[in-house]
Ligand binder design. Structure first.
Ligand code: NAD
Length: 497
């Protein structure tokens, strides 16, 4: 059986493991590898390495840092097949979707290649006689990135390219079920010329994460994962003096107005609900059908969903893979059962799907549940599976109230041909990322990504300009030179009359 270790100071490192985590292939149900889980001692060592490396790395010229990021971008492109296969084997999503997440991650590398532009400061001449001011943005120091299982390449890439290009060093704690893409990333950074110790990977359990949040040698934490853990990260990290951004879970809704093109909407809703088996924080698990269109819409979505080929992610033509593990499958099926017991109608039932040749895999077929009670957990919880819940509203006002009643506020969308209604929605909706006839409105990397309410704790969104702000500290320098004729010193604030 393969052993997966850490990456510390430019090379693989087994450390002193406290335990071994079985890494399963969710498509087969086989345990293919064991992941070494780091000890406190390993954490102290990697932090010391990252602190030391940061002092030198921050002094690398912007020209050198930019060149490394360009090289890294090319290497990720060159190795995307290898990385995508790792993602399929550990996460289960289909190969083309794995390539897609790598591409979306690579966009942040594109942004990082322009770090020289992004880091430009401001300068004002003669703010007072002979006095000038300019600003700098300097790195925060050592950044830790704690990541979820569902985007093993993209989510870490939302973080490390900008953090590193801005002069920080980085410790990545990947999800234990999907660690391999992080280690390939480490190899590629080394090949790209990144100095040892700037990018490190350390795997571990929740105790290790807590120690990271409390560690005096770590300056900032980027977290992406579920909301309950985001709260732990935010509370513990900030109470230990760190900058924290903690992105949490989601339960994204789309409103479909009666004037929408229902064929177009149905096709896009099916793709957004069932892509990656619904294991995306920007998936679309809830549709609010307005003005009696629900039954028609449900049938149209069903017509698309029942054609989806579910299977092992590397097999030809497969569009949707399994969910991550047996526990997750059991929980999702339990939520569907519960909604049905509360009176919902099962329009398409994926609960009993078995994929031939992969009987040990954790598959659930696309499932559509209509007339879901607002009291059902299937409606108000994050399901994180291939399930679409349809609820009904008589008017736009009722629909938007339903959308805004969610504790989450990651993404939200509207399907309509009425520009005025779309404009109203964009103002009314309580979500950080909004789609107009776009069901997965994930911003490109030169904008920032983030939700509202329980979907994001902290002030800054991730990647793009807000990511850069998070990974840097502002400094304003006011200067004058005695050779200039300036005011005499006085004990009062200087008055320029
Ligand atoms: P998770 O919260 O279980 O785990 C995330 C990370 O936290 C992992 O590295 C894990 O090892 C660690 N962790 C887990 N429990 C912990 C604890 N008690 N204390 C400290 N650390 C702990 O999330 P997951 O199941 O890996 O990922 C799915 C979740 O991530 C979903 O809720 C999804 O919506 C969310 N997600 C959000 C976004 C976003 O941008 N908002 C993006 C992707 C995923």
């Amino acid at each position: 059986m393969k052993t997966i270790s850490h990456w510390i100071n430019g090379g693989y490192d087994e450390g002193k493991p406290v335990s071994r985590y079985p890494v399963e292939n969710p498509g087969t149900g086989q345990i293919d590898a064991e992941l070494l889980m780091a000890s406190s001692e390993d954490l102290d060592r990697v932090v010391a390495v990252a602190r030391e490396a940061q002092k030198k790395w921050a002094k690398y010229s912007l020209a050198k840092r930019t060149a490394i990021m360009f090289k890294m971008r090319e290497l990720v492109l060159e190795h995307q097949d290898e990385m995508a296969r790792m993602i399929v084997e550990e996460h289960g999503k289909n190969y083309s979707d794995a390539l897609g997440e790598i591409q979306r991650g690579r966009e942040t590398l594109d942004f990082a290649t322009a770090i020289n532009l992004a880091l430009k400061g401001e300068y004002s001449f003669d703010i007072s006689s002979g006095v000038d001011i300019h600003t700098l943005r300097q790195p925060v120091g050592v950044v830790a990135g704690i990541c979820p299982f569902n985007f093993p390449a993209m989510v870490p890439m939302w973080m490390h390219p900008i953090a590193i290009a801005a002069g920080n060093t980085f410790i990545l704690k990947p999800a234990s079920s999907t660690p391999s893409a992080a280690l390939l990333t480490a190899e590629l950074y080394k090949e790209a010329g990144l100095p040892d110790g700037v990018f490190n990977v350390l795997s571990g359990d929740r105790h290790l994460v807590t120690e990271m949040l409390e560690h005096p040698g770590i300056d900032a934490i980027s977290f992406v994962g579920s909301t309950p853990v985001a709260h732990i990260v935010q509370d513990t990290g900030t109470s230990h003096g760190k900058r924290v951004q903690a992105l949490g879970g989601a339960n994204n809704h789309a409103i479909v107005l009666p004037d929408a093109d229902l064929d177009f909407a149905a096709q896009h809703i099916s793709a957004a609900a069932f892509g990656a088996a619904g294991e995306r924080c920007m998936a679309l698990p809830v549709v609010v059908a307005v003005g009696g269109i629900g039954p028609d819409l449900a049938q149209r979505v069903k017509a698309h969903a029942e054609k989806i080929k579910v299977g092992y992610g590397m097999d030809e033509g497969v569009e949707m893979g399994p969910v991550i593990d047996a526990k997750s499958k059991e929980r999702i099926i339990g939520l569907i059962d519960d909604a049905q017991e509360r009176g919902a109608d099962i329009v398409l039932d994926g609960r009993n799907l078995v994929v031939e040749g992969y009987e040990g895999g954790h598959f659930i077929g696309p499932t559509i549940v209509d007339n879901v009670s607002l009291e059902s957990e299937l409606y108000y919880e994050e399901v994180f599976g291939p399930v679409l819940a349809i609820v009904h509203a008589d008017s736009y006002e009722e629909a938007i109230a339903q959308v805004n009643s969610s504790e989450f506020g990651n993404g939200a969308a509207i399907f309509t041909n009425d520009g005025g209604m779309a404009r109203r929605f964009e103002q009314d909706v309580e979500a950080g990322m909004v789609g107009i006839n776009v069901p997965i409105p994930t911003p490109v990397a030169y904008y920032s990504f983030g939700g509202w309410k329980e979907s994001l704790l902290g002030d800054t969104h991730i990647h793009g300009p807000e990511g850069l702000k998070f990974y840097t500290r502002a400094k304003a320098i006011t200067s004058r030179w005695p050779s200039e004729k300036t005011y005499e010193a006085t004990l009062s604030f200087q008055r320029d009359e």
